[in-house]
Design a protein around this ligand. Structure first.
Ligand code: GTP
Ligand code: SPV
Ligand code: MN
Length: 608
């Protein structure tokens, strides 16, 4: 390739002088090149070819057992001042970070190939889009980037002579977890990552650029980079309502983004625009518009099957890279949630060891994943490529909460919605290293991904709201409430269509809601529960508003808010106080449109 952009050339030369690869390969994104990369991956043992009949052009990768998830403790935001990174980020001064990293990168690519991966995040010709480059010595990273981004010549076309591109430098190093760093330098639009090959640590287009650096850019330029799926709900009349939703890692974005409506909703169509990241801007008409900067899915394998997510099963039927799933003797893949055959002889677990189900350990790693092209999704929409993005009518904040939080609740206003997002609590999952099931604050599902002080981030959200002439409605949802036996109360997956339907109808102004201290909850008449195997007791729990517990929860938000000191927007404290006041109000039946059944159900609020 003839590289005429001098800024790119001199930067690649600079990094090559430091890392000293044997070879530099500039990638152009072609099919032949991709085939060559896959062959190279097989040759060096990073990729295992799968059964060509069952999994055409698909491969299995087994990672280092200590390198299976994002490592937040090794992730730094290196702003000049620590306050700009905020209490939500690990911080190192830029000079100190470079001084730590340079010796680690020095000569690290000796005997290796350095791949130069050019890519565009967002549609060609869109004002949303930004060019990035990743320099990596990992062929696994290179092939994943080919799936996850618009990779190759398209990036050079967009960049022209411009020196403005995101500079990603990655080496899997020695995969040493003790020496692992993922450092972000917003001022330089740069990310340096070493000693991990795992998705979110190593595919620098994804969380590092499209969220951490992009959120920082968005703050400066007036837009938002969010950990959100984007999906369109087309009603039987052919009108499509677009919804964006932020749920923490492994809390259901991918599944909701390509939901298959259950039976009675077969007249509705779901259109998938994206499953993990959204860039949002205020349009000329005062509406909020979203694009998905990515071109593929890096999804959680366990739990994915024909019942929970048939669209994803179709998406990953070919041209897919599987990471840390189990392998059957016929070179097909398996994970928990797929049918388990009676005979598991010859099954290898995610580390390649013979698997014994009786041992109690899982065959696939709980954070095992697949990487597949977005355009293979049967319900992907060409709107994904629309330079204008799609107009967003509703924003969902979802979390994994076994207690307290109702199935769905609508914010009174944009500001109240920002408060609902800012106070999101969720149980930790296997997507990040560390204990799972621990409740932690994860504002807007962005705790690990916001590239600057979250106090300023909340302020930015409030600001964007003032620029919207018709802001989307904001909802908090929770599919993960459990009963006394620890069983999920809500069937979830395709049945989440019932909740989406209520939300779409709310956006149209045709669905009823009851006003509660938390926000608007659906009246039982408005939320379709017909045909569900749900006891009255279960429904009661799903919509219960326990005043005492909520008062306690609202008060406990003070600990979190106080971490941000004076930088926190007052509005959030006002919203907290307003919630406390509403919860303390005497049982005043302020219900608007509440059905009698709901009134009975919400005894905790209406007073008993
Ligand atoms: P990241 O890719 O880590 O950002 O995750 P995600 O938010 O896209 O989560 P995903 O949709 O992959 O779901 C994660 C896990 O939650 C999977 O094991 C799913 O089976 C499970 N899950 C998703 N939706 C539901 C639901 O509606 N109900 C229940 N009970 N589980 C769900
Ligand atoms: C997540 O953890 O939220 C993911 C996977 O989507 S990763 O790319 O590793 O961030
Ligand atoms: Mn994610």
């Amino acid at each position: 390739m003839d590289i005429t952009n001098t800024a790119v050339r001199s930067w690649v030369e600079e990094i090559a002088r430091l890392t000293k690869p044997d070879r530099i390969v500039w990638l152009n994104g072609s099919d032949e090149e991709y085939a060559g990369l896959l062959a190279e991956g097989v040759r060096i043992g990073q990729l295992i070819p799968l059964n060509p009949d069952q999994h055409p052009n698909s491969y299995l990768h087994r990672s280092h057992p200590q390198d299976v998830a994002r490592t937040e403790q090794c992730t730094y935001v290196c702003t000049m001042s620590q306050d700009d990174a905020g209490p939500n980020n690990n911080w190192m001064a830029p000079d100190e970070a470079y001084a730590t990293l340079r010796p680690l990168f020095n000569g690290i690519m000796r005997g290796r190939t350095m791949y130069v991966v050019p890519y565009l995040l967002g549609p060609a010709g869109s004002s949303f889009s930004v060019v990035g480059f990743e320099l990596t010595d990992s062929v696994y990273v290179a092939v994943n980037m080919r799936i996850m981004t618009r990779m190759g010549a398209i990036a050079f076309e967009r960049l022209g002579d411009s020196p403005r591109f995101v500079k990603g430098v990655h080496s899997y190093g020695a995969l040493d977890p003790q020496q692992r760093y993922i450092c972000h330098f917003p001022q330089d639009l740069a990310v340096w990552s070493i000693n991990s090959g795992y998705g979110g640590n190593a595919l620098l287009s994804k969380k590092c650029f499209a969220l951490r650096l992009a959120s920082w850019l968005g703050k400066r330029e007036g837009w938002l980079a969010e950990h959100m799926f984007i999906t369109g709900v087309e009603d039987p009349q052919g009108r499509t309502t677009y919804i964006a939703g932020a749920f923490p890692s492994a809390c259901g974005k991918t599944n909701l983004a390509m939901l298959k409506p259950a039976g009675q909703y077969s007249g509705y169509k779901i259109w998938c625009v994206g499953d993990d990241i959204a860039w949002l801007r205020v349009g000329a008409d005062g509406g909020l518009y979203a694009t998905n900067p990515e071109a593929g899915f890096f999804g959680v394998a366990p739990g994915t099957n024909m019942k929970t997510n048939p669209n994803m099963m179709a998406t990953i039927a070919k041209n897919t890279i599987f990471t840390n799933v189990a392998l059957r003797p016929d070179q097909t893949v398996w994970w928990e949630g797929l049918d388990l055959p009676a005979n598991v002889d010859g099954f290898l677990d995610w580390q390649g060891n013979p698997w014994d189900p009786a041992s109690g350990h899982k065959a696939a790693h709980p954070n095992s994943r697949f990487t597949a092209p977005l355009t293979q999704c049967p319900i992907y929409t060409p709107k994904w490529n629309d330079p204008e993005g799609v107009p967003i009518s509703a924003i969902l904040f979802g979390a994994r909460r076994s207690t307290l939080v109702p199935l769905v609740c609508e914010a009174f206003t944009w500001q109240h919605g920002v408060y609902l997002g800012a106070t999101l609590n969720s149980e930790t999952t296997a997507a990040a290293a560390g204990a799972t099931g621990v409740v932690r604050r994860d504002p807007m599902a962005m705790l690990p991904f916001c590239g600057y002080n979250m106090a300023d981030y909340f302020g930015h959200w409030l600001n964007v709201g003032t620029r919207l002439t018709h802001p989307p409605k904001i909802y908090r949802v929770n599919w993960f409430r459990v009963d006394g036996q620890g069983q999920f109360l809500w069937p979830g997956f395709g049945e989440n269509m019932r909740v989406l339907k209520w939300i779409v109808d709310r956006c149209d102004g045709t669905a009823d809601a009851a006003e509660t201290p938390l926000g608007y909850l659906p009246t039982l008449e408005a939320l379709d529960t017909a045909g569900l195997d749900l006891s009255t007791e279960a429904l009661q729990t799903l919509f219960d508003v326990d005043r005492d517990k909520w008062l306690d929860a609202a008060r406990r938000q003070t600990d979190f808010f106080s971490k941000f000191g004076d930088r926190l927007p007052r509005t959030l404290l006002d919203e907290q106080q307003a919630l406390i006041n509403r919860l303390k109000e005497e049982r005043r039946p302020r219900w608007k449109g509440a059905g009698p059944r709901l009134l009975r159900m919400n005894a905790g609020w209406s007073g008993s």
